[in-house]
Design a binder for this molecule. Structure first.
Ligand code: HEC
Length: 114
């Protein structure tokens, strides 16, 4: 019989605790790896919006930084995205493409970057 040394004790679990501290008011809802609150946009933003507006909404060229002057409140931001902007590349997005909850958390994150 070989006696195998099992010495698991020292590998720490300390990194988890550090992640839960910021974001007061947002209970952690880990249905996706990136819920959009605090440190990044939602997965829906990344797939639908990022290619024009950038990962942090800074915009580029003819794509405006968001939130912009027409969307300086959460309500206006959500309404604008639902309606789109006719005659421009900004299409209307339905709730099945990006939910209200994602838009609201994205708004908060993007606004913090402006
Ligand atoms: C194909 C490129 C493209 C994509 C993809 C896109 N946008 Fe836009 N977006 C634009 C353009 C162009 C405008 C400027 C429209 C205008 O001038 O009326 C705009 C404007 C906006 C504005 C208004 C900014 C202001 O002036 O206040 C918001 C908010 C916005 N987009 C959010 C989004 C969100 C959220 C998504 C993803 C659901 C998205 N956009 C996807 C091109 C894009």
């Amino acid at each position: 019989m070989t006696k195998t040394a099992t010495f698991f004790g020292t590998v720490g679990f300390m990194t988890v605790a550090a992640l839960t501290v910021y974001g007061t008011g947002c209970s952690s809802d880990d249905t996706t790896a990136d819920a959009g609150t605090g440190t990044s946009t939602s997965a829906a933003f990344k797939s639908n919006c990022q290619r024009c507006h950038g990962a942090e909404g800074a915009g580029a060229g003819r794509y405006p930084a968001i939130p912009g002057s027409k969307t300086d409140s959460e309500d206006k931001f959500v309404a604008f995205v639902r309606a789109g902007s006719s005659g421009t590349e900004m299409s209307a997005y339905s709730a099945s493409q990006i939910s209200d909850a994602d838009l609201k958390s994205d708004y908060a994150f993007l606004k913090s970057k402006r």
